[in-house]
Design a protein around this ligand. Structure first.
Ligand code: ADP
Length: 627
């Protein structure tokens, strides 16, 4: 269509015509057929910033090179060639301006005339609106699915988002049909909460599971807000469903993990703490740690300083400070064992703290660690150590004993061999034979005695020693024992004094074993007295006990040896020269035999060179007239 505006447009038009053009509120220009500028009005000059003289005579493309290749060029060329009016809006930007122009170009006789208006403010507002809508759409698309409900909370109209999500058709979701897409376990609570929201007009925040159109159950977070009319009344509800399945799974996994960790630490009795070394603040993460420190669960966690100064035993403080400083300085693992005095005044405890460098809540570098009560373990270790020491000592004793035993067994063998030699060379010499046989007899007797003691101890340690108890008079038993020990006493030229009561001391006892007890004590008295010593044997009554005491004026026993004197294989080192074939078994046998009879034995000595006393108490039997 041809739409030619007839205007007498030539350069140098009269003044009135120019004033008319300048009075137009829009920009105006006229281009000739070669797009050379014939005319520009005052508004065009204002918009452009250059004078008329600078513009007139130049081609449009020369004056505004930024318009080349734009809809402006296309529009002007179209108006020129087609002789038709063209209008369009274009955003023209140069280093001098930034305009949205609304342009209307008309074919005129001279070429093309164009009116142009700066519509930047309106265009920018529109642009912003479009962008915000696009952003909103993108945001909704990014976060979830949008839907709308009417003022009564019912779903109506087209809901493309909802349909895409659930696969529900309009007929299916309308009204409260949408609730059928919600998991049956969650639907009642959803409807109840939704009705409450619609009634109160509050923002709706909820979580539930939805069956997606592919049949999968997914967890969604829902947020819905009322859209208010200018009068303030709700005109509809807009909601967004955001799929939080992965987040929820992660949260659940974290909860399970945390519960497991808590269980593990509870079962292991571990307290959990964090420490911020910058300000020495500490958090306690479970209740176990309060129990360890004997504090109520509402107490404040102890800072490391308070822990060290008020709870740790003084001798462990330095190690604690060194360990914590080392971790902070080097990032190495924190480890410490020490004793604390709990706040509830319970017994001191051994605790073990272990920790690793971590990033605390809030981003500070700190230490995350555990504390455990290791009192039981330490006690066990201590007991084990003592047992191990005792075992080692017993082992040492046993080795020493075997050496002694070997010696003691060998000692009688030399005279026996000599005796045999003499016998072989002295046939027909009855005196020699008698003398040598006496020697052999004594030496064999020595060996038998040693072996008997050993066998007795072996029986006792296996619990196989049985007593043949009968009613006996201790005075008679003592007399037998004296008879047996007399040769040894006489050998040492000792003086023996015996004080035995006139009335019988009736016991229920094994006479053979009690004789053995008294013999051992008398033999020891004889052995550990230098020649011409004094030995006393007393028997007395003390209430319901018979008390037998063997006292000698011999070499005595050092105070430090007294407590262990009855232990098996124990021998006082300084007495080795007096032992005469002893193995440290005699007194152990005495003690065991006396105890088997329900009695006690004690050793007394004022020290080396001051003699010794052994006191045996035995309960008097039921036949004793006074008991
Ligand atoms: P032994 O066979 O070595 O004498 P015992 O068990 O009879 O072993 O005695 C243990 C140790 O006790 C002896 O080695 C000795 O050192 C000390 N002892 C025992 N009796 C006396 C005593 N009457 N006077 C001094 N020391 C004694």
């Amino acid at each position: 269509m041809t739409n030619v505006v007839t205007m007498p447009l030539v350069a140098g038009a009269d003044r009135r015509y120019e004033e008319l053009l300048d009075s137009i509120g829009e920009g105006f220009l006229v281009l000739d057929h070669t797009f050379r500028i014939l005319e520009v009005n005052a508004e065009a000059v204002r918009l452009d910033g250059r004078s008329k003289a600078e513009l007139i005579g130049r081609t449009h493309w020369d004056a505004w090179p930024e318009s080349v290749g734009t809809p402006i060029e296309a529009g002007y060329r179209e108006a020129m060639a087609q002789r038709t009016a063209v209008s369009f809006t274009h955003h023209l930007v140069s280093d001098r301006y930034d305009y949205w122009f609304e342009i209307r170009a008309y074919p005129v006789q001279a070429g093309v005339a164009a009116f142009f208006r700066d519509v930047s403010p309106a265009q920018r507002a529109l642009d912003a609106l479009q962008r915000s809508e696009a952003r909103f759409k993108a945001a909704v698309a990014a976060t979830g699915v949008m839907w709308t409900n009417d003022t009564t909370g019912r779903m109506t109209g087209e809901q493309p988002g909802w349909s895409a999500l659930t696969g529900q058709s309009r007929a299916e979701y309308e009204g409260y049909g949408w609730a059928n897409a919600v998991h049956p376990d969650d639907a009642p609570a959803t409807i109840e909460a939704w009705n409450k929201t619609v009634a109160t007009g509050e923002v709706f925040n909820f979580e539930h599971r939805i069956r997606r159109r592919d049949g999968q159950w997914r967890t969604f977070a829902i947020r819905a807000v009322p859209v208010l009319a200018p009068g303030g009344q709700v005109c509809e509800w807009v909601g967004v469903h955001t799929d939080i399945t992965e987040r929820k799974d992660f949260e659940n996994a974290m909860l399970v993990k945390e519960a497991r960790l808590r269980l593990a630490t509870d079962v292991a009795g571990l307290g959990i703490w964090t420490w911020n070394p910058q300000n020495d603040t500490v958090t306690w993460e479970n209740t176990r740690i309060y129990q360890i420190f004997g504090l109520p669960e509402n107490a404040d966690p102890l800072s490391f300083t308070v822990l060290a100064e008020q709870y740790l035993e003084a001798q462990d403080r330095a190690a604690f400070e060194v360990a914590s400083r080392h971790t902070v300085a080097t990032g190495a693992r924190f480890h410490f064992q020490g004793r604390i005095r709990p706040a509830d005044k319970s017994l001191p405890r051994w605790v073990e703290l272990a920790g690793e460098i971590c990033i605390l809540e809030g981003g500070a570098r700190g230490v995350l660690g555990t504390i455990s009560d290791i009192t039981g373990r330490r006690k066990g270790e201590e007991a084990l150590r003592i047992t191990a020491d005792e075992l080692a000592a017993a082992d040492r004793h046993k080795t020493e004993f075997i050496v002694t035993l070997a010696h003691e067994l060998r000692n009688p063998l030399a005279p026996i061999r000599n005796g045999l030699q003499v016998l072989r060379m002295a046939p027909g010499k009855p005196d020699t034979v008698v003398r040598v046989c006496g020697v052999l007899d004594r030496q064999v007797g020595q060996i038998v005695h040693l072996i008997d003691d050993l066998l007795d101890m072996a029986r006792i340690s296996r619990g196989q020693l049985s007593l043949h108890t009968q009613r006996v008079d201790l005075n008679d038993v003592a007399a037998t024992a004296i008879e047996t020990s007399l040769p040894l006493i006489e050998k040492g030229h000792h003086a023996l004094s015996v004080h035995i009561p006139t009335e019988p001391m009736l016991l229920l006892a094994d006479p053979h074993r009690i004789t053995q007890v008294i013999c051992n004590l008398l033999n020891n008295a004889a052995k550990y007295c230098p020649d011409h010593g004094n030995i006393q044997l007393n028997i007395d009554r003390d209430d319901t006990d018979a008390v037998l005491t063997v006292t000698d004026s011999g070499i005595g026993i050092p105070a430090d040896a007294l407590p262990g004197i009855f232990a098996l294989y124990s021998q006082v080192k300084e007495h080795a020269s007096h032992a005469q074939g002893g193995l440290g078994v005699g007194l152990a046998l005495v003690k065991t035999l006396v105890e088997l009879h329900g009695g006690t034995v004690t050793a007394l000595s004022a020290g080396p060179g001051q003699g010794s006393s052994f006191v045996v108490r035995l309960p008097l039997g039921p036949h004793d007239p006074l008991s």
